[in-house]
Design a protein around this ligand. Structure first.
Ligand code: MF3
Ligand code: CO
Length: 253
């Protein structure tokens, strides 16, 4: 069942989204070569708490960190670790979920660790295409549009660029729960999907690969790695369907 949020609920999600975007805005420039992903997670958690945001990942299905930090061939759900040290040229995704007044916001961005190494052009393009596919989804989605149209638009951008899109993981509705109905696939499922309506809130999150889109889950039971070890990117926004279009709740300002 897809929960429709009223004005009061949307105000709380907007608050969660703006605070989460502030955390991302402040965190991205702090990513440097030599930093461990555990240190990055600690920074994220401190910033969330400073803004009064509860880190929703902590305790979710036994997960023990405030963020997922996914490096290179890890697509999503990378577990922050003192043993994983970032180096210049690495392709890093920071994925965070915050709760304000009982409502969730969820967002992710991918960046290349700055430093002495020139960023690989193919990785720069990978990240740009992930961002373009999310932007396209946000342009296409709106009241009266079938979700399947949005899913196909995302896939189109990614595959036209020659990249792969994960089938095993999808976006989701979001609100009081981190994951609500509907599922938000980034590919054609053969189903037209539900009709989008004002008050629906969605986490749209294309997960893309340079090579094949098949993934495995590592023995830590979280990290999702490409089967062919090709590098990957993941971007995500929490959005609300409105009367006349769509509002990006996690817009970085
Ligand atoms: N941000 C992730 C999502 O989109 C949640 C990661 S799982 C968690 O679903 F354990 F880290 F919360
Ligand atoms: Co999500």
């Amino acid at each position: 069942m897809i929960m429709i949020k009223n004005k009061a609920a949307l105000a709380k999600m907007r608050d969660a989204g703006q605070k989460l975007a502030q955390v991302m805005h402040d965190t991205l420039p702090t990513v440097v070569s030599g930093m461990t992903t555990a240190a990055l997670d600690a920074e994220v958690e401190a910033r969330m708490r400073a803004l009064g945001l509860h880190p929703a990942c902590k305790g979710f299905k036994g997960y023990r960190h405030a963020s997922c930090i996914s490096v290179n061939d890890i697509v999503v759900h990378g577990v922050p670790s003192p043993n994983v040290q970032l180096k210049a040229g690495d392709c890093v995704t920071i994925d965070i979920v915050g709760i304000s007044q009982g409502y969730h916001a969820d967002m992710a961005r991918t960046l290349i660790v700055p430093g002495s190494v020139e960023p690989a052009p193919e990785v720069v393009r990978l990240i740009a295409v992930a961002e373009q596919s999310l932007k396209r989804a946000q342009e296409v989605a709106g009241p009266g549009i079938r979700l399947g149209v949005v899913s196909r638009a995302i896939q189109q951008v990614i595959e036209a660029a020659g990249f792969g899109v994960l089938r095993d993981f999808v976006g989701h509705g979001i609100g009081r729960q981190m994951h609500e109905d509907p599922q938000v696939p980034n590919f054609d499922t053969g189903d037209e999907g539900p009709l989008l309506r004002p008050g629906m809130t969605l986490a749209i999150e294309p997960m893309i690969t340079i090579g094949a889109p098949e993934v495995i889950i590592l023995p830590d039971r979280w990290s999702v790695q490409t089967r062919d070890r090709s590098w990957s990117a993941h971007v995500e926004n929490t959005v609300a369907i409105t009367e006349n279009g769509l509002e990006i709740l996690t817009q970085i300002r």
